[in-house]
Design a protein around this ligand. Structure first.
Ligand SMILES: NC(=O)c1ccc[n+]([C@@H]2O[C@H](COP(=O)([O-])OP(=O)(O)OC[C@H]3O[C@@H](n4cnc5c(N)ncnc54)[C@H](O)[C@@H]3O)[C@@H](O)[C@H]2O)c1
Length: 334
């Protein structure tokens, strides 16, 4: 069996996912595309032999399309996901699921009403080999309970359009999902600190930012978000358990000894760092669509991330510790 996929949004990541589905993973092909930038989408449709649709709604409704991938701008996600649920089709939605937690909740409610999980959110860190190993080590309890996590998310530079809240909504969102998944528990509270600011930032961006989560069982997580670090794309996650510490390394680059130096490269950007994770994410999504049972991050995970982000914004604005209150988890997601 092979799945016919429709892509809504043929921008940067939409084009990456088209290549991924058509050339890298098995069991699916892109048969339909749409974008408000019709010129680009039409050219892509022609290049890959897919059908161009004038609107996302027509693409979703088409008999040609079995499953939908939403890679358009953030504010459009909720509408397209709800529309796809109405047609009873599977939908992979890039993060965020919706721009506000109320929108995520509407999607959760629509899925519950439909009676089956149709939505997967693009939290691809869960498919990174390093995070999977960390999860296996935590779950094995070989070194006792996890007590503390020390994490960092560093980008070399951020442009003028990247503003203070985006350190959470565009950047820390990945840790917000993957750390909760690693520990298999929800957050209880969050605090935010604004350390001494780098001279490389601009007036609309507080950089770096420091986030402290406490989970329901009391694990403390510190997360540095530093998007103008200049030296590369650097992701850290060190887990301190009762009798051991273990953590991520960068993927295997070559070790070089030369000119009285001994060094290894750092990933230049997120595409390089997480390329394999995206491929694996899509392979498993396609497999689960074929099998009829989704296994990846759910609409509920998208909702929890959204509630957590709102608490982070409040913590940063007020300087106070903010409790993270969730609705009761619906049976569909247990
Ligand atoms: N998981 C990840 O690591 C990751 C990485 C990058 C981007 N993203 C997410 O993917 C989405 C796209 O990001 P991008 O970097 O490709 O942005 P982009 O601006 O390059 O592409 C978005 C495309 O959506 C199109 N579009 C906007 N409104 C539309 C509508 N109503 N209908 C159809 N098309 C519409 C735009 O014309 C554009 O071509 C964003 O939501 C972003 O947050 C996720």
């Amino acid at each position: 069996m092979s799945i016919n996929v429709g892509i809504i949004g043929t921008g940067a990541i939409g084009r990456e996912h088209i290549k991924r589905i058509n050339n890298k993973v098995q069991g699916a092909q892109v048969v339909a595309v749409t974008d408000i930038n019709a010129e680009v989408a039409k050219k892509i449709a022609k290049d890959i032999g897919a059908t161009f649709f004038e609107t996302g709604e027509e693409l979703i409704a088409s008999d040609k399309v079995d499953a939908v991938v939403v890679t358009s701008w953030d504010p459009t996600h909720e509408h397209y996901v709800l529309e796809t649920i109405k047609h009873g089709k599977y939908v992979f939605c890039e993060k965020p699921l919706a721009t506000e937690s109320e929108g995520c909740r509407r999607i959760v409610d629509a899925e519950i009403e439909y009676g089956k999980k149709l939505v997967q959110v693009g939290f691809m860190r869960r498919y990174d080999k390093g995070y999977i190993e960390l999860k296996n080590m935590i779950t094995s309890k070989k070194y006792g309970e996890p007590l503390m996590l020390h994490c960092a998310h560093r980008n070399p530079s951020a442009n003028e359009n990247y503003t203070t809240p985006m350190a959470v909504s565009q950047t820390a969102i990945h840790e917000i999902d993957v750390l909760r998944w690693l520990l298999d528990e929800d957050y209880a509270s969050v605090q935010m600190l604004l350390p001494k600011q780098t001279s490389n930032t601009h007036e609309n961006l507080k950089d770096p930012q420091f986030i402290i989560f406490e989970t329901k069982s009391g694990v403390t997580i510190d997360l540095e978000v530093f998007v103008n670090c200049r030296f590369g794309y650097d992701i850290k996650c060190d887990v301190v358990c009762e009798t051991a510490e273990f953590g991520l390394t960068d993927p295997a680059f070559t070790k070089v000894k030369a000119e009285e130096k001994n060094y290894t490269r750092i990933s230049p950007d997120w595409q390089t760092r997480f390329m394999d994770a995206y491929d694996y994410e899509f392979q498993l999504w396609i497999n689960s669509v074929i099998s009829g049972e989704l296994t990846g991050p759910t609409a509920w995970d998208g909702y929890v991330a959204s509630i957590t982000m709102a608490a982070c914004h409040e913590a940063r604005e007020t300087g106070k510790k903010v409790n993270i209150e969730l609705d009761e988890r619906p049976a569909l997601y247990c």
